[in-house]
Structure formats: structure tokens, C-alpha cells
Write a protein that binds this ligand. Structure first.
Ligand code: AMP
Length: 286
């Protein structure tokens, strides 16, 4: 595995691979890698001659009161995991090279960036869209891999790629979960034992709601209320940003359910913010 830290070198290396007819699969991450990340890496390895993984804790996608400073970092452990997966290139750029003095261009995907998580993290998706654009320009991938766990992120990136005519396939991979259903996340490391025991409540609420939808209930308010009751009944839950039923294409909240729907929640357990979601097919009326 080649380790590259300089964007310019990454860009030249990527160009060489493209010229030799070796399309690149790209997995952008913030590190502290777990099986969720590795599932994207494995998918990329299956589908591309070259796989590039980036690790970059992107300062501009964190709000001033968020966890940028404390975000878990484990470059050595991450490198070891990626070496075992036989990743071709690990790209770890320094923030000073990604955002040198005078940096002043941002990408804002309007209409999606202020919904769901965006309503609570105002400049988050602007930071994500900006860094992903820059990483795409450096890594020059044919395909890029994102997790369904961050469903809204994938929606925002897909819109951006389409709007800006970027010739990159965006592949969304399923959420990988712990045995008790908790979606794997680097932020799970913040949870103490009691909080970790309580955390699967989000998955259970989504799962139960999914069961209700599959049994034929199409009243979104009822589904929303059931999820909320389930989550608020857990004493370790210290706050709820949103819990609801959404259109997976527009991310608008739904009142009546049809076709495919997105159940999504963002919940605080102690000071840790956890997100999760599920896509559910609504039964057709007979
Ligand atoms: P992050 O390091 O949190 O920025 O995540 C990097 C990529 O891994 C994003 O595309 C995430 O959606 C994806 N990812 C994170 N957790 C999971 C998971 N549990 N299952 C699948 N993909 C995940």
C-alpha cells in the first residue's frame, strides 16, 4: 500500500493510473475505521483495478461547538486495517494543504443541505460537498463509495455530481451494524458502557416502524409517534434532533406513505449524536 500525503502527488499518481486504463475506486473517510468503512473498501476492490482510501478529518464540516478536536484519530491502526484489505493507495492530506491560506471556494447543494441533519448542523453539508469536490478532483475516481448510514450525505453528493457534470458513479453501500443492531460509527467510541447498552434503541425504533409499514400502516404521523415514543422511553436519550418519515428523493417529511420511504433519526445519548435510517418499501394497495 502506497501512502501519499501531498495532494499534488496524489493527483499525478491518479492521472497515471487513468492513462494506463486503470479506473480508480475511491472511499473517502474521516478515519477511526470500522467494518462499515471496510465494507466500502471491499466493494471498491471488487469493482475497480485501483482502490484509493482517504483519511481526512475535515475541519469545515464541523460546527464551532462540535467534536472536531476530539474526533477519534488512529492513523496507525487504520493503516494496518487498510493494508490487510490490500488497498492500493492511502491518501492522508494535511489540512494546511487542503485549505491553504486564501482558500475561498465552497460548494453548496441547495434544497437538501438544510433538511434533516442540515437543520441542526447549518454548514455541515457545505463542508462535506466542498471537501468531496476537492477530493474528487485530486483522486479522479471512476466510482466513489458512500454508506447508507449517512443517507443524506449520499443524496447531497449524488445531486452535486449530477448538477456539476462530474463523471463519477456514486455507489451507496448498506449500513453495517453491531450484533445488537447499533449502526457502526466512529462516534460510538464516545459512549460509556451504559450509553452503549442503550444506543441500539434507535435501530429498534426504526426496525419496529419498518414492521408497521410492512404490515400495511400508511399513516406517517402514527409511525412517527411510535418511533418517538420508543426512543424517548429510553432514559439514556438526552435529546432528539429529528425522528420521522421522509421521501428518500426529496428528503421532505411525508404525511402519507407510498412507494419507498426513508425512516430516519438523529438522537443524542449523553453528548454523543447518533444517526440512523432505514429504507422501507410500502405495500401496494390491492
Ligand atoms: P466517516 O468516516 O464517518 O466520514 O464515513 C466514511 C464513509 O463510511 C461514509 O460514506 C459513511 O457513510 C460510511 N460509513 C460510516 N459508517 C458506516 C456503516 N456503519 N456502514 C456502512 N458505511 C458506513
Amino acid at each position: 500500500m502506497e501512502l501519499i500525503r501531498i495532494p499534488r502527488i496524489m493527483q499525478d499518481t491518479a492521472k497515471e493510473h487513468m492513462l494506463r486504463g486503470k479506473p480508480i475506486g475511491f472511499v473517502p473517510t474521516m478515519g477511526a475505521l470500522h467494518e462499515g468503512h471496510l465494507s466500502l473498501v471491499r466493494r471498491s476492490k471488487q469493482e475497480n483495478r485501483i482502490t484509493v482510501v482517504s483519511i481526512f478529518v475535515n475541519p469545515i464540516q464541523f460546527g464551532p461547538a462540535e467534536d472536531f478536536q476530539n474526533y477519534p484519530r488512529d492513523t496507525e491502526g487504520d493503516s494496518e486495517k487498510l493494508r490487510k484489505e490490500e488497498v492500493d493507495i492511502l491518501f492522508i492530506p494535511d489540512a494546511s494543504l487542503m485549505y491553504p491560506g486564501g482558500f475561498s471556494t465552497h460548494v453548496k447543494v441547495e434544497g437538501f443541505s438544510d433538511k434533516l441533519c442540515g437543520a441542526f448542523r447549518p454548514s455541515h453539508f457545505r463542508g462535506v460537498a466542498t471537501v468531496v469536490t476537492k477530493l474528487f478532483n485530486i483522486v479522479n475516481p471512476a466510482r466513489a463509495y458512500f454508506g447508507q448510514k449517512d443517507f443524506q450525505q449520499t443524496v447531497v453528493i449524488r445531486r452535486m455530481v449530477k448538477d456539476l457534470a462530474m463523471d463519477i458513479d456514486i455507489v451507496m453501500c448498506p449500513t453495517i451494524r453491531e450484533r445488537d443492531g447499533l449502526a457502526m460509527s466512529s462516534r460510538n467510541a464516545y459512549l460509556n458502557e451504559a450509553q452503549r447498552t442503550a444506543a441500539p434503541v434507535v435501530f429498534r425504533a426504526l426496525n419496529e416502524a419498518s414492521g408497521l409499514v410492512e404490515s400495511g400502516i400508511i399513516d406517517a404521523a402514527h409511525i412517527q409517534q411510535k418511533m418517538q415514543e420508543r426512543i424517548l422511553a429510553e432514559p439514556a436519550v438526552s435529546g432528539v434532533d429529528y425522528i420521522g418519515v421522509y421521501d428518500p428523493i426529496t428528503l421532505n417529511e411525508l404525511s402519507e406513505l407510498k412507494d419507498e420511504i426513508l425512516l430516519a433519526a438523529a438522537v443524542k445519548i449523553g453528548r454523543t449524536r447518533l444517526i440512523d435510517n432505514m429504507l422501507v418499501n410500502v405495500k401496494k394497495e390491492r
